[in-house]
Ligand binder design. Sequence first.
Ligand SMILES: Nc1ncnc2c1ncn2[C@@H]1O[C@H](COP(=O)(O)OP(=O)(O)OP(=O)(O)O)[C@@H](O)[C@H]1O
Length: 262
Amino acid sequence: MQHVKANDGVGLPAALEVSGVSHFYGEKRALADVSFSVAPGRFAVLLGLNGAGKTTLFSLISNLYDTPHGTIRIFGHDVSREPGEALRRLGIVFQARTLDLDLSVDQNLSYHASLHGIGRAEALSRIKSLLAQTGMIDRLHDKARSLSGGQMRRIEIARALLHRPPLLLLDEPTVGLDIQSRAEILATIRELVRTEGISVFWATHLIDEVEDSDHVVILDKGRVLTDGRVDEVVRGCGAANISGAFAMLSGVASVSAGGMHR
Ligand SMILES: Nc1ncnc2c1ncn2[C@@H]1O[C@H](COP(=O)(O)OP(=O)(O)OP(=O)(O)O)[C@@H](O)[C@H]1O
């Protein structure tokens, strides 16, 4: 599978660069001067409790909301000023389920491909290749309604990659799935990073989804508490592991593999 070229010339821009971004819902500030960047080809985790601002940040990155405070660039393209260039480099899997349950897997994916101007023959070839990569090729003609939650997520991931974006955002993609489905989806995405070189930004509140070599951005009450390689963040805090580092930085009372609680 080939993806849109990550950079258009000299130098290698960040896959995602967020600079000084704030967001308000009326008087309420959901994000406060958020800055970080994700290097190309990295698996980066946005770690935060419920209400930290993860979905708000994803809505800004995907240009669902305007970004009047700060800038967001995808491979060097400003999401507000060059939305076409920026967004064609972005694939996104939202938290809420978005498949049409009455359509087949093929129909769900083909419709999305046609929105991106991909012809039928090319679309079918990409669909088959992505379904093979996500372990869903045998479900091509099945109705979406007949799939399990984890299988639907796999189809949504395939759909997000149909236009070959070099950056994939996933907003808490494993919430509500059983342990095995969670592990399989995480492994599939990590494999895509390894084999395809795509950049992934994965939002979660599940600490066991984080590995030592990942890049982590810890978001709490709309602020970035720290970001960097997980093992360096842990060492910098003098903690035993990322759970301990998160607890120290955010003041949470308990952090377990299954989630975090204040
Ligand atoms: N449409 C909205 N109107 C007003 N406040 C909102 C709105 N959406 C989110 N918020 C508030 O903004 C803050 C950040 O919410 P957001 O949904 O971005 O967090 P989150 O980290 O994605 O949480 P979760 O994991 O529960 O989805 C929260 O305090 C939330 O109550």
